[in-house]
Structure formats: structure tokens, C-alpha cells
Design a protein around this ligand. Structure first.
Ligand code: DGL
Length: 285
């Protein structure tokens, strides 16, 4: 990321889409944040629903899937790819990887943006992270925090049931609260004042997570932080688009109907009709 802000080139315009991928629907939280921040950008989203979830899988396998999906997105003429999945980022985009993969285009992961925001936010130097088994076992967050702020202590916790609960639409009931209290107990006991939501599904659990952690704990969403990082990368590399009325494309490797049903939950329902009720308002003649 640049330290000195660039001057925006008024004529710079790159209409190619941004590629975004995840093991399934979870990365749509990142796509949502990108749409909010970059409304003129087209997105090609790939959800690997046939092979997801990635969390319980072997990381070497997830690394291979990631390489395959990035190559596919590059072939769709995308200008930049967002690995909108913490497990894929941990498996294939770890800066400490002794055999780093080479990408044909810029690829932005979700771990570094979230870690940078968390180490800036913490006041007591104790940060928590929650994620899938694969992400937490990889140690990618520990390495990223050690690089960004060696004095910050990281408390990491895998929360394997969260993905299944969110995908079945359960984000607020008593069992969710119970499960969250169990998973988060060590983080509360450790006194973390900042919590990284290290999984694309967890922004949908913000209410419960914030309730269990308490109002003084700052929640850092990798979705929002990553969208800001993408904005900066597009500006710095003169890759911004300035199109209106953009059409996004959604592709799933498995069942498209289930993908579409879950997508509404992650992406926000579309407005098809607006009722008009003018109350006392009258147009001036
Ligand atoms: N998208 C995954 C992540 O952010 C969660 C779902 C999965 O296990 O594949 O880690």
C-alpha cells in the first residue's frame, strides 16, 4: 500500500471486472463491502460450492483450489483478484510461505488488511482472532501479527460450528449464543480488547459476538478492511473503473439454486418494488 496518497488520474479508467472468490457464499460479505465502497466496479464472483467448505480441508488441497480459481478468474479478463476467504488466504497467500505461488495478476487476501487494522485498534496490546480450523491451525494470523506488531499478543480460537449455523440462517438464537459463549470464553478471559472476525461468515454474527465480548471490544471485519485495501490498490495502480449501472456476475461450481438462496442473506435482499405513500407531502406547482 502506498504511504503518500496518489493524485487520481481523471482519465484513468479500467473497465475490466474485479474477480472475487470464496469456498462458497461467505465471500459475498467481502463482495458486499466492495460494492459499497466501489459502486462503479464490476465483480465476477466465484463460489466453490462444489468443494466448500474449505475450513475442515487439508491446507495443501485448498492451496491447489486457490491456484486453479485465480487462473480461471484471470481468464475472465479480471484486473485484480480478491481471495475473499480466510482459509484460502491462509493456505495460498501467506507472505511467509517458503514456496510462494506466482500470480498472473494482483491478488489481495483478507488476512493482512484485518491484522493491520487490529494492531492499530488495540489499546492494551491483546488481540483475539476467530476463524475456521484450517485458518487457525495454519498459524497465518500469528505470523501476520508478529510481522505487523511484534509486541501485540494474539489469542486465536477456531469456531468450527459458526459456518454451519450462519449457512442455515441461524445468527441470533439461544444455541448460537451458547456456542459463541463457549468459543469466546478464552478470549474474554485473556482480556482481548480487539477481535478479528477471521472468517467471511462471521460479520453476520456481529450482534452475538459483540454481545458476548462486551461493548468495549472492537470487532474488526476482514470484509471492510479488505475492501479499503482494494480501493487503495486500484487507485495506486490506476485501475479504477468509472462505469455506471454495473452488472455483476455470480458463478458457482456446485448447485446454483442453493447458492442464490444463501446469497440473498449475505448480499442483502434486492428491492424489486417500492410502495409509494406520500403522507402530507405535496409537489409544488
Ligand atoms: N470462507 C471461509 C473462510 O473465510 C469459511 C467457510 C469455509 O470453511 O469454507 O475461512
Amino acid at each position: 500500500m502506498s504511504t503518500a496518497p496518489q493524485r487520481l488520474h481523471p482519465s484513468a479508467h479500467d473497465p475490466r471486472p474485479i474477480g472475487v472468490f470464496d469456498s462458497g457464499v461467505g465471500g459475498l460479505t467481502v463482495a458486499r463491502a466492495l460494492m459499497d465502497l466501489l459502486p462503479d466496479e464490476r465483480i465476477v464472483y466465484f463460489g466453490d460450492t462444489a468443494r466448500g467448505p474449505y475450513g475442515p480441508r487439508d491446507l495443501g488441497q485448498v492451496r491447489d483450489f486457490t491456484a486453479e480459481i485465480v487462473a480461471w478468474l484471470a481468464a475472465q479478463d479480471t484486473k485484480l483478484v480478491v481471495a475473499a476467504c480466510n482459509t484460502a488466504t491462509a493456505a495460498a497467500l501467506d507472505p511467509a510461505d517458503p514456496r510462494p505461488l506466482r500470480w498472473p495478476l494482483p491478488v489481495v487476501g483478507v488476512i493482512t488488511p484485518a491484522v493491520d487494522a487490529a494492531v492499530r485498534a488495540t489499546r492494551n496490546g491483546r488481540v483475539g482472532v476467530v476463524g475456521t480450523e484450517g485458518t487457525i491451525a495454519s498459524g497465518a494470523y500469528d505470523r501476520a501479527v508478529a510481522t505487523a506488531a511484534p509486541d501485540v499478543e494474539l489469542v486465536a480460537r477456531a469456531c468450527p460450528r459458526f459456518v454451519e449455523l450462519v449457512e442455515t440462517g441461524r445468527t441470533t438464537d439461544a444455541e448460537v449464543l451458547d456456542v459463541a459463549s463457549g468459543y469466546l470464553a478464552p478470549l474474554v478471559a485473556a482480556g482481548v480488547d480487539t477481535l478479528i472476525l477471521g472468517c467471511t461468515h462471521y460479520p453476520l454474527l456481529t450482534g452475538v459476538l459483540s454481545y458476548v465480548m462486551g461493548p468495549d471490544v472492537v470487532l474488526v471485519s476482514s470484509a471492510e478492511e479488505t475492501a479499503r485495501r482494494v480501493f487503495a490498490a486500484l487507485v495506486d495502480q490506476h485501475l479504477l473503473a468509472h462505469d455506471r449501472a454495473v452488472e455483476h456476475r455470480f458463478v458457482a461450481s456446485g448447485d446454483g439454486t442453493t447458492f442464490a438462496r444463501l446469497a440473498a442473506r449475505f448480499l442483502g435482499p434486492r428491492l424489486s418494488d417500492v410502495d409509494v405513500e406520500p403522507l402530507g407531502w405535496k409537489a409544488s406547482a
